[in-house]
Write a protein that binds this ligand. Sequence first.
Ligand code: PLP
Length: 443
Amino acid sequence: MTRTTALPTTASAEFFDRARAVTPGGVNSPVRAFSAVGGTPRFIRSAAGAWLTDVDGNEYVDLICSWGPMLLGHAHPEVQAAVAEAVARGTSYGTPTVPEVELAEEIVARAPIEAVRFVSSGTEATMSAIRLARGFTGRDIIVKFAGCYHGHVDSLLAQAGSGLATHAVTSTPGVPEAFVAQTLVIGYNDPEALADVFATHGDRIAAVITEAAPGNMGVVPPRPGFNRLLAETCREHGALFISDEVMTGFRASRQGQWGLDGAVEGWRPDLVTFGKVMGGGFPAAAFGGRADVMAHLSPEGPVYQAGTLSGNPIATTAGLATLRLATDEVYDHITAAGDAIKAATAEALTAAGVPHRIQATGTMFSVFFRGGEVHDFDDANDQSLPAYAAFFHAMLDAGVYLPPSAYETWFLSSAHDDRAVQHVIDALPDAARAAAAAMTTES
Ligand SMILES: *Cc1c(COP(=O)(O)O)cnc(C)c1O
């Protein structure tokens, strides 16, 4: 897709050329490449608060926030100071350290878990949780939901046809069919599909894994009671319920999605995975849960799991500083900023005649370029991608960096002040008209 842009992108374009010569697609994680929207990804030179500055000197209000982690905005002075002090003491020892204990205590105090183990990425967290569930139950089958993303774990990179339970087929070359043969994929928010899969395979299912509230197909909140149904069904059949809170944890609310859901209804998942916010912008993630299940991990139990940089003192210091600063006021602020942006987005798209649907859970929200409710992956797929691409680029040209894909959550931080929010709001009417024009061309 070629297009003209209002902002200079010479330096970004040069770095992108250099990057493509030495790195596949020029990026180290695919969605950064703008494949879904076209154009040149911006190389970011620095960031502060709600703002990014690229290598051409352009400034953007950041609505990606590193895909979730930057709950307090960029370069938060207290987090920076804690990290600088920690770096001065050395960066990795390969021994137990104090910040690991303190971060573990903070997480156990907020989340519905009794014990936690640190790893370095969300992918590692879900991979390890699944191994533990299989080791604990002595069973092999994992049930997941279409449209839920749990990192690039082999057995979870699987999708299925729509409708009832389907034996998974790999969704990428490089994952043997045998690896996903033990993964069953069903539609999200579909109690009948869940009942069917347990009726057929119940005594062989090790675990059900779900995003606590999906945010990787846009935000698709669980129907009321759906997570509780998953927890209860697992318990009835001797399977474990794994709630993936890598995105929602300490982000959707102070206690993650569980704070809006299990904490209110009075149930707990067996295992929970975390990442993103808990690393404060560093590579840190975790899985935790019931003490009797976690006791199966080595060195206490037989299920092996390890990591050279797990619980790294810099990463855990950043995570601890972030969580200690993540007070109720932070979540209230992000909610208010989000409400203002949601309302202005709806108004602009309505005025331009663009069908849209905004969905939210806690502080997280996303905009679907279609009318009507979105309950599952089929619904999420039924939207106008050209409209989103046009909208995205108009916003970018006006200095707002949205996620470069229609399937992503929009993330805010406590640093998104009135000036940043107003900058976003001012950009919306033109972007909505660009989306409308793209839809006309499309039809
Ligand atoms: C981001 C994400 C992951 C993967 O985490 P990485 O740190 O990118 O490996 C897993 N699950 C969910 C729900 C996520 O949003």
